[in-house]
Design a protein around this ligand. Structure first.
Ligand code: XMP
Length: 512
């Protein structure tokens, strides 16, 4: 396998992802735990990540010196390249200008790293982000690619198989970056490239067994794909030492709660406590119209209910969560200042501290599309795995104004029609998220010979890769008018339908 030494870059997990895409297994270890990881893993290659530090600070992080004497290939990226050069006797100078963003490099030498990929004299686009730069190369090193801002954009010691890149091959803005990393892992390190999600599954199962021993684990299900995949994986590892708790707040979409219950109990035979807390949630939401007040009430009540169920089950030491890597990046921000709260997101964060439980988070290093792949590998039905994201507070934040059972029922019907039409048109997978919103506005209409005075429903559909930014989905007018007609005809309580044309930013995906 490959050992990735993490110096605190925000994109270290992307390196791991590129290595996985090359079909090679890797593990990330923080620089101060790299020694132990090396002994345990006996890697065939090492990648040193980038990071925010400068080698000029006294306590800046280093790679264990013995890694350079182990006789295995090493690839240093950005800060990783700088510390490698300095640790091997070269020098690094503080940059006066720095290079950030798109840059072009020119290949000036041959290298095993470029085999079958880049040739001398070619120019290639890369993504740079650095202040410091290498000034004098260690003995045995030569430049193999240069850029305007970095005469040592790529350097290597071909004999020792050490490579340094000043740019970031792991990000998508370096178009050949994934291939460079694959070249390092397979061609230079000689790894086979036959690692698959099936092996990830097996490795995680072993890890979960080791962590949990014969302890008891509880897992909160939300109806979404992340917690479902985590639960199924953990169940495969430890069987009935796992109990799942599904706090049903009554704010789910049409048929969704039943699907969760039958998937777990019937399809997988996983012990599941289904807590029907609809009345509790709806009573608490009476008269609440402020979006943040709704979110806070739902988040807090969810935790209360979950905690009391956990106590009833008793004796569980571990709490399982379907935390993904993007959730981790957002929580460990390097931006310095506190960021403004746009919305208080509801997830079970905060529970572990309060309940003094240890966390089991088997999906922590994966991205959403990888979780979906793992879900398929575990046999989760396609309609579950490919499902659009659904927010923790559920329909409550899709009903601006007061949330009542009646309004939830109206919205559920409209939303189901909209999604059914999207599926029938074969558009579901092209859309990141689509849903209906029930507005607290009534307008006048005419049906038959009667005047109507009913609610307005807004339809939303967006494309996105991570939910951070989004664009509207450009339906045909005929599609939208078909959905509008069906909703007004079939859902009593709605007499007008509009389509939301706002991208994010400036809008958010959800309305509240
Ligand atoms: P916004 O509305 O902020 O949403 O553009 C971005 C993505 O996050 C989802 N979302 C949530 N997910 N708990 C969640 O787990 C929440 O409280 C929550 N609020 C919004 C939203 O559906 C979109 O995918």
């Amino acid at each position: 396998c490959i050992l990735i030494v993490d110096f605190g870059s925000q994109v270290t997990q992307l390196i791991a992802r590129r290595v996985r895409e090359a079909g090679v297994y890797s593990e990330i270890a923080p620089f101060n735990a790299a020694d132990a990881a090396f002994d345990r893993l006996k890697p065939k290659g090492i990648i040193l990540s980038g990071g925010p530090a400068s080698v000029h600070t006294d306590d800046s992080p280093r790679a264990p010196q013995r890694f350079f004497e182990a006789g295995i290939p090493i690839l240093g990226i950005c800060y990783g390249q700088q510390t490698m050069c300095q640790q091997l006797g070269g020098s690094v100078i503080p940059g006066t200008t720095g290079e950030f963003g798109r840059a072009f490099i020119e290949v000036v030498g041959r290298s095993a790293l470029f085999d079958g990929l880049w040739k001398e004299g070619e120019r290639h686009q890369v993504w740079m982000s650095h202040g410091d730069k290498v000034d004098r190369l260690p003995e045995g090193f030569h430049p193999i690619a240069i850029s305007e801002g970095a005469p040592y954009a790529v350097t290597s010691d071909e004999a020792r198989r050490f490579f340094g890149v000043q740019f970031h091959p792991e990000v998508v803005h370096t178009p050949d970056g994934g291939k460079l990393i694959a070249n390092f892992a397979r061609h230079v390190c000689g790894l086979a490239g036959d690692w698959t999600m099936a092996e990830f599954r097996a490795a995680k199962i072993a890890e979960i067994r080791e962590q949990v021993g014969d302890g008891k684990v509880i897992c909160g299900l939300s109806g979404g794909v992340d917690s479902a995949v985590a639960a199924v994986l953990i169940h495969e590892a430890i069987g009935d030492q796992l109990t799942c708790v599904f706090v049903d707040h009554g704010l789910m979409r049409m048929g969704e709660a039943d699907q969760v219950v039958s998937l777990f109990r019937e399809h997988y035979g996983i012990p599941l406590v289904h807590v029907n807390a609809e009345t509790l949630f709806l009573n608490g939401l009476k008269g609440v119209t402020d979006p943040e007040a709704k979110r806070k009430f739902i988040g807090k009540t969810f935790i209360d209910v979950f905690e009391s169920e956990a106590k009833k089950i008793g004796g569980a030491e571990f709490l399982a969560q379907g935390t993904l890597y993007p959730d981790v990046i957002e929580s460990v921000s390097f931006t310095g200042g506190p960021s403004v709260t746009i919305k208080s997101h509801h997830n079970v964060g905060g529970l572990p501290e309060r309940m003094h439980m240890k966390l089991v988070e088997p999906l922590r290093e994966l991205f959403k599309d990888e979780v979906r792949e793992l879900g398929r590998e575990l046999g989760l039905p396609d309609i579950f795995v490919g499902r659009h994201p659904f927010p923790g507070p559920g329909l409550a934040i899709r009903i601006p104004g007061e949330v009542t059972k009646e309004r939830c029922d109206i919205l559920r019907k409209a939303d189901a029609i909209y999604l059914e039409e999207i599926r029938n048109a074969g558009l579901y997978d092209a859309i990141w998220q689509a849903f209906a919103v029930l507005l607290p506005v009534r307008t006048v209409g005419v049906m038959g010979d009667y005047r109507t005075y009913d609610s307005v429903c807004a339809l939303r559909a967006v494309t996105s890769t991570d939910g951070m930014t989004a664009d509207i989905f450009p339906f045909d007018a005929s599609f939208l008018s078909r959905v509008a007609t069906r909703i007004v005809n079939e859902v009593s309580g709605i007499n007008r339908v509009t389509y939301d044309y706002t991208s994010k930013p400036p809008g958010t995906i959800e309305w509240e």
